[in-house]
Design a protein around this ligand. Sequence first.
Ligand SMILES: [Zn+2]
Length: 577
Amino acid sequence: MKKNEIEFGKFKDLAYQRPNYDEAKEKLKECISKVKKAKSFEEVDEALHIYEDILANIGTNAQIAGIRATLDTFDAYYEEEDFINSKEMSSLSLVTKKLNQAFLDSKFKEDLNNKYGSLFITTIENEMKLINSSVLSNFSKEKKLCQKYDKVVAQCKTSFRGEECNFYGLLKHMESTDRSERKEAFLAWANLYEQASDKLDDIYDQLVAIRCDSASKLGFKNYTDNAYLNLKRFDYNQNDVKIFREQVKKYVVPEVAKLYQDQAKRLDVYKLQWYDEQLFYPTGNANPIGTKDELVKKAKDMYKELSKETGTYFNFMVKHDLFDLETKPGKAMGGYCTFIDNYKAPFIFANFNGTSADVDTLTHEAGHAFQAYTASRNIDLLSQTWGGYETSEIHSMSMELFTHPWMDKFFGEKADQYRYFHLASCLMAIPYLVSVDEFQHQVYAKPSMTAKERREVWHKIELEYMPWRDYDGNKFLSEGGFWMQKQHIFLDPFYYVDYAIAQTCAFQFYIRNLQNHTEAWKDYLSLCKAGGSKGFKELLTLANLKNPLEEGTLKDVIPEIVNEINKLKEKANNKNK
Ligand SMILES: [Zn+2]
């Protein structure tokens, strides 16, 4: 039975209360004995739903605290609460492990399998391997280090042409049409990272060591195996991901090299530098028109026109003010979408800076939010709302592309330029995405590497996947310092290739959408509704998508998308004349 929706006002008014973990543990113990003593499947099922309710109640408060901690990294109260919740949840998972064992030992295991799908059992079997009492203190230390990372980067700022800038502020100047301004901003950006690099290297050294130690205590051969299971990669392995990276090298890298050559010609520069990569047109990138509130209003109209389902969902987001979009001092970096269980409410966090990336957030994070909103109202178990990251990113990246026809609302005259820039950028990002993946495989294969050695590894990877990359002689970046600008490497190990895998699925939706919108949207909706109730391969089949991890998929998909990129380029150029 699905829980009723709870009425609530706006996110900012939601009350936070630290969950009562002792009470939760007692209730979980009751669930365990209920499952052990169960005489019917109904009793087991009831225990499962009580368990889900306990987790949802804790999750709701933990999510609220977690969001507020990132909204203001100076807020000591939520920082502390976020830490405590994380610590208590690790300790609670020792009890849930026992409950999972009871499910696995139950004579009604087959009924669980029949009702909730084989993934349910696979998931809990794997969860068993991911926790024991010997790693709890490591998890706390890891969380503390992640909080420290957030603070170090959130507090990095510099004065640029009389303006106080954080990394985002500088990135905006790196899109300037004035090359000397781009270069100056780039140097300030590089210096900011270099100044923070000792602290960041130290944090990363410790993170790698702790993660490897936890993996060993849990009985894994190495941390990579552990991380794959953390990410619920049940139906593919490191070799499949390697096959994917090889396909990228063969089919994507040469095409992206051509796109950058094109860009250098357009910008009329002899050699494209990294600070030129972000500027697509010499006259300036297409920037969205309007304030934050106006952009949200446009998004609301767009989602209403796109489909009935997206319209209802976005109204809900606006009604409850489930966004925090503008960048501000002390706010954590990045963008994310999370989900507040009891309210079945997604929340979108972003750092708007006036560039087209703001619109990408309204389509990308809104894709995640739409999926969570939809799946949570369609699937019985809250724990199956989300799939793995490779699946979740299909929802978001495809939404970026499904909304292309509405970009005139956001970019006016420059909509065609945006569409070309955006689709080309999607392809151009892939070599970097797999570089981050390759880097982490190498780091965790040899965890004793020094900071200098890690930089050498990154530098070699750049030569292989991004041979066009040039830092204009900046020593720190030319020697491999660039890796440390990637938040995921610190906070979410191995979560990154997922974007590349998902992008190649989103490309398939893009092409199919041009051929037959109704069919493509129908499959997309089925995928969103299915959430994480099925495995990755099964979900691909459900949505009629080819598996990017299989040899041959990129060979088919990439030339088709390059063809579409070229068409958009023609269109944008014709408008420009
Ligand atoms: Zn995403």
